[in-house]
Design a protein around this ligand. Structure first.
Ligand code: UT7
Length: 334
């Protein structure tokens, strides 16, 4: 479904933040039965960043906000709405958006969290764009921030090698040129996928007890093989669909900005669209899978490196727990 046409929303700034501490594949070799060679060849990951104890997703987002406000010359009081994608909120409630509102000094903003796992940022971007399109907000802050280390079982080699901590943020405003901005999106959910990727403990189904802790129900469960198959299909189809239904082909894509879960999944999606290496951003080797943060992080690094220019078609795509799937077509506005 196309976004409404009243106003066009554009991304007018993007920033990211990662904690200093690095957990390398070599260090993981000492923690579980794995090898740098296995992790690199199966996932593309070399290292990931880990946030210190006592800090949470909203703290990383606040750091990213500081950089964004500085870069874009934005007064935090100008932000009307905060849409915060995360699967690791600081607490069950209040929303991390509320905590970030105070930490980053956005005194006039209201906001809420979006739980969509690896599509947390992509869904939040689409939601945030609606406020600009309807004319009900002038500036929207969209966040993807996850402290995945807080829900990883560091004795489970199937999952602990995959994830890292980080935050990325973007600013949305009305586009003066209606040809530039967020042009189209395609979002889907398949709840049958819930069984393959979840964290079963801590919610209303399995509230925390000694038993849920003993059974490690407060950490990520993933049936990697199944998720992999769905992810390859989902990401490839969604990214190809958004390109094709807008009358474009692979050669028109300035940059493909995929969720960074596994380099092999990204390669398959890029191949399906017929993209060359320089049309794809891959930074999974440095950060691992940071869930909601991967896409704003990749966007931010790409902009900083001059890999995205005004007028470029940018294709965003994500797949994750739910199953959730998203692709978004943007014509870059600055
Ligand atoms: O972002 C949210 C969505 N998530 C994803 O998109 C992730 C999708 N899944 C994947 O990326 C991949 O399935 C993984 C990277 C998680 C796993 O890679 P795989 O190629 O699918 O490996 P596998 O699960 O089929 O395991 C192959 C073998 C198994 O041994 P056997 O049964 O063949 O003897 C595993 O036990 O590799 C073993 N293995 C490991 N070996 C060394 C699993 N994890 C490790 C490990 N180190 N860390």
């Amino acid at each position: 479904m196309s976004l409404g046409q009243k106003n066009r929303a554009k991304i007018s700034g993007v920033a990211h933040w990662v904690p200093e501490k690095i957990l390398s594949n070599k260090e993981l070799e000492k923690m579980v039965d794995t090898t740098d060679e296995w992790i690199t060849s199966r996932t593309g990951i070399k290292e990931r960043h880990i946030l210190e104890a006592g800090k949470a997703s909203s703290d990383m987002a606040a750091e990213a906000c500081k950089i964004l406000f500085e870069k874009t010359g934005t007064d935090p009081d100008e932000i009307d709405v905060i849409v915060f994608g995360t699967v690791t909120p600081d607490m069950m409630f209040p929303a991390s958006a509320c905590l970030l509102q105070t930490k980053a000094g956005m005194s006039k903003a209201w906001g809420f969290d979006v739980s969509a796992a690896c599509c947390g940022f992509a869904y939040s971007l689409v939601i945030g764009a609606q406020f600009i399109e309807s004319g009900s907000a002038k500036k929207v802050l969209v966040v993807g921030s996850d402290k995945m280390s807080s829900i990883v079982d560091y004795t489970d080699r199937n999952t602990c090698i995959l994830f890292g901590d980080a935050a990325g943020v973007v600013l949305l405003e009305k586009s003066e040129d209606e040809k530039l901005g967020i042009l189209d999106y395609y979002n889907t959910v398949d709840g049958n996928g819930a069984q393959y990727l979840n964290m079963p403990g801590g919610g209303s189904l399995n509230p925390p007890t000694h038993e849920t802790v003993d059974k490690k129900m407060h950490t990520i469960y993933q049936d990697g093989k199944n998720v992999y198959q769905y992810a390859v299909k989902g990401m490839s189809e969604a990214s190809a669909l958004i390109v094709e239904r807008n009358g474009l082909s692979g050669k028109d894509v300035g940059l493909f900005v995929p969720h960074q879960a596994n380099k092999r999944i990204i390669d398959s999606a890029a191949q399906r669209m017929g993209l060359k290496d320089d049309q794809v951003i891959i930074n999974i080797e440095k950060y691992g899978n940071t869930t909601a943060a991967t896409i704003p992080m990749a966007l931010s690094e790409a902009v900083d490196a001059g890999r995205i220019k005004k007028g470029d078609y940018v294709v965003i795509a994500a797949f994750g727990g739910g199953f959730t799937c998203s692709s978004i077509l943007v014509k870059w506005a600055y």
